[in-house]
Design a protein around this ligand. Structure first.
Ligand SMILES: [Zn+2]
Length: 259
């Protein structure tokens, strides 16, 4: 078995790099645009160092927990909170809440990750888990998951009108913005997830069913691979190259000739 970990050029971000990114590269305007039609106050969340074990010393005890950021008055406040925690990952809660905090709906999403792909070289997720490589993936898996995302996008267009695809740093997320999708019950979501799996797509059922409410925030830094989560046009998916595309490379990676 060939030893593998991540595609060339992908690696954990350091605390200093996270700080650099959220200080000067994180585009709040783009984040605001993403939530333009959101029907409530967005709840953000961070995980400081659950997978990377990289965290500011003072947050050692809280490095693996999910910290919710919901008391803020502007996105600049959110950015300041992120700079305080310097997290490996930033998410938002897909559930929509009214002013009293009651849930009124949830954004529907599909999560396709490369580790779920059965690779001709590295095997199934179970094989990878056995070797403690559950979070590893290779370039081939990345290409395969991109192809699957194109297929799932096409499949979903027969059910929904407003789809957005986001490169997550690992795989891809497809967000469904149709109003009727927000109103789906847990049962309906589960049914849809099972239908999609039956079609052969390797999605994370938890995300679609809604139990896993958090999803990576577009335009944030994925600190496990040092890539920026980026919304893509459907037409860009065919040729999208996560290893080299400048738009997903934070400056601290782009400025170094690592590959
Ligand atoms: Zn592989």
């Amino acid at each position: 078995m060939v030893q593998y970990y991540l595609p060339v050029g992908m690696r954990y971000s350091t605390l200093e790099e996270r700080k650099q990114f959220y200080t000067s590269e994180f585009i709040l305007q783009a984040v605001a645009e993403w939530f333009r039609n959101w029907r409530g106050k967005v709840r953000f969340a961070v995980i400081i160092g659950r997978h990377t074990k990289i965290y500011p010393e003072k947050y050692k005890e809280d490095a693996s927990i999910t910290i919710v950021i919901d008391e803020y008055s502007s996105l600049e406040d959110v950015r300041q909170e992120i700079l305080e925690f310097l997290p490996e990952a930033v998410y938002y809660d897909r559930s929509v809440y009214d002013a009293k905090g009651a849930k009124t709906g949830q954004e529907l999403a599909f999560d396709l990750d490369p580790e779920n792909i059965t690779c001709p070289i590295h095997g199934t997720l179970a094989d990878k888990m056995k070797r403690n490589q559950g979070l590893s993936f290779c370039e081939l898996e990345l290409q395969m998951v991109r192809q699957e995302s194109i297929g799932l996008y096409e499949f979903l267009t027969s059910h929904f009108d407003e789809l957005k695809v986001v490169y997550s740093g690992r795989g891809f997320h497809i967000h469904v913005l149709d109003p009727q999708a927000y109103a789906l019950s847990t049962q309906e979501r589960l049914k849809l997830a099972q239908q999609v799996k039956k079609e052969g797509f390797h999605i994370d059922e938890w995300v679609t069913a809604g139990e896993m409410r958090l999803i990576r925030l577009p335009y944030s830094l994925n600190g496990l691979v040092s890539r920026i989560a980026l919304p893509l046009e459907r037409s860009e998916l065919e040729n999208f190259d996560a290893i080299h595309d400048k738009r997903v490379l934070p400056r601290f990676i782009d400025s170094k000739p690592v590959f």
